[in-house]
Design a binder for this molecule. Structure first.
Ligand code: GLN
Length: 526
């Protein structure tokens, strides 16, 4: 049951094959068994069970609320949830309980979804590994999969099994791990420079970054307001479309959302791709790209071509400026955004009472980690009167050039771009932390950041397992507000590649070795 799609589980609920409470309990038990993944910061067990009870009453009366009624979901811990702690994985917000729900959370709840908990992330979503939050790193479920374990046994001899666990990618790593490990059916992430697509690729799930303005940001604690978008993590493209259909639309509380009404949609099953034109941006073939991702990317392009699609090489000439441009714009917005955390209104406040200024300084010192403080410092430098023109204004101009590159390509007749999502498969944690957060983001976001600067929709779809038995995803980028077309192409691709299901039973068995003292019942995924 836990491995089913949203539509399938919704049918099962309607037919009474399973009740919302049973579903909720199965997910809760799995959350407990996979606690060592560190995917959740808060498990909202009581809330979820209460919601399940209410859903059950509705089903009994034959009056279910909507497509998600009685279905477990999870939410990244940078979305405000009424009455449930929202930390952004930061000391600054530890203990902070928002008085309202983010619009996207409210929309999910209005459909009857069960909120299982709040998922782990990099502090304030700054990072690409889910390794830099105060609650510790998230472990990639694939580290414990049968597929990876078997390959590892063949290739290595001595190492301690658990010391080589892999990162999930980030910053929405908790959400990606939660979906990948079947602890919920869908999860919200956020995507400012790749934070939904990157962990989706590493965890073998679908990660959708909708068009900027299609989905409300109200209640999403901001990183970069002009680039942030709520992201959707699911196990298949249809599920992502279902969730997008629920979330999309104007929100009076977010003036950047579109005014036009958005109609709910179901994705057609494309049978003929011969009218499609797929663009392959030549600048995305970077020296750092692993040969395995490269060859899968080519294979995917060939697949489209062999089925009759037109596949052409295109150029996005300003791509190489995107990382540095993002850095200036991100840190500048961070410097301004983080000013709200002053120890007065909400969140952490230090003990010092020497002066207001000393209180601000000590609060922010204690509240933020080095990554956040470093970005605030850089941002304030770029915003200095004498630097503003040379850095901030210039970066905005470069951002326009980057966005125009995409406009030009799409105007030339390309429907969708096909690129890698990440440079390689997920790496072991010990490897990942050899580089600092900034270096890591600069490398890891190389294929994802430009999309945020252009506001376009993009989705990462798992394609195949690497020779090591780890997931590799590819990215499709669409025209602004053509999210449905993008997902239709992604769905066709997903059907062709038949990405394998993670062998979770193996993961469950491994739980027992991780938690030696814990008694573990075996979990049925059927
Ligand atoms: N890795 C990027 C950063 O740290 C993107 C993060 C995100 O998308 N939230 O800024």
């Amino acid at each position: 049951m836990l491995g089913r799609t949203l539509r399938e589980v919704s049918v099962a609920l309607k037919q009474g094959q399973v009740t919302p409470t049973e579903l909720c309990q199965r997910c809760l038990s799995l959350i407990k068994k996979t606690k060592f993944l560190n995917a959740y910061i808060t498990v909202s067990e009581e809330v979820a069970l209460k919601q399940a009870e209410e859903a059950e009453k509705r089903y009994k009366k034959g009056r279910s609320l909507g497509d998600l009624d009685g279905i477990p979901i999870a939410v990244k811990d940078n979305f405000s949830t009424s009455g449930i702690e929202t930390t952004c994985a930061s000391n600054m917000l530890k203990g902070y309980v928002p008085p309202y729900n983010a619009t996207v959370v409210q929309k999910l709840l209005d459909q009857g979804a069960l909120l299982m908990g709040k998922t782990n992330l990099d502090e304030f979503a700054m990072g690409s590994g889910s390794t830099d939050g105060i609650f510790g790193p998230v472990k990639n479920p694939w580290s414990y999969s049968k597929q990876y374990r078997e390959k590892r046994k063949q290739n290595s001899h001595s190492e301690n099994e658990d010391s080589n666990w892999l990162i999930t990618g980030g910053s929405s790593g908790g959400s990606a791990a939660a979906v990948s490990a079947f602890t919920c059916f869908a999860a919200l992430g956020s995507d400012t420079g790749g934070s939904t697509r990157n962990p989706a690729a590493h965890c073998g799930v679908v990660g959708l970054k909708p068009s900027y303005g299609l989905v409300s940001r109200h209640g999403l604690i901001p990183l970069v307001n002009s680039m942030d978008v709520p992201g959707i993590l699911t196990r298949c493209v249809d599920d992502a479309a279902t969730v997008l259909g629920i979330l999309a639309g104007h929100d009076p509380k977010d003036s950047t959302t579109i005014q036009d009404p958005v109609k709910p949609f179901t994705l057609p099953s494309l049978t003929d791709v011969s009218k499609l034109c797929i663009g392959i941006p030549k600048e995305y073939l970077t020296p750092e790209l692993s040969s395995e991702v490269h060859s899968l990317w080519s294979k995917a392009a060939n697949l489209f071509e062999s089925e009759g699609a037109k596949v052409i090489e295109v150029s996005l000439p300003h791509t190489s400026y995107s990382i540095v441009c993002y850095h200036v714009l991100c840190t500048s917005e961070v410097a301004s955004n983080m000013a709200r955390f002053d120890g007065l209104e909400y969140g952490h406040r230090c003990d010092s009472s020497v002066s207001t200024e000393a209180m601000y300084a000590a609060t922010r010192r204690e509240g933020f980690n080095d990554v956040v403080r470093g970005r605030i410092l850089s941002g304030n430098f770029f915003l200095l009167k004498e630097n503003y023109e040379n850095y901030f204004v210039k970066a905005q101009k470069v951002r326009r050039l980057i966005a125009n590159d995409f406009v030009n390509v799409f105007n030339s007749g390309v429907d969708v771009l096909l690129t890698p999502t990440t440079l390689s498969e997920a790496v072991p944690y010990t490897e990942f932390i050899k580089e600092d957060n900034r270096t890591r983001s600069a490398q890891d976001d190389i294929f994802t950041q430009a999309v945020n600067m252009a506001g376009l929709p993009a989705v990462s779809v798992p394609m195949a397992l690497s020779t090591q038995g780890l997931p590799i995803g590819l990215q499709f980028i669409g025209r602004a507000f053509c999210d449905q077309q993008l997902l239709t192409v992604a769905k066709w691709f997903e059907k062709q590649v038949q990405f394998p299901v993670i062998q979770l039973q193996e993961l469950m068995d491994d739980c027992s070795s991780v938690f030696e003292n814990e008694k573990l019942a075996s979990v049925s995924l059927k």
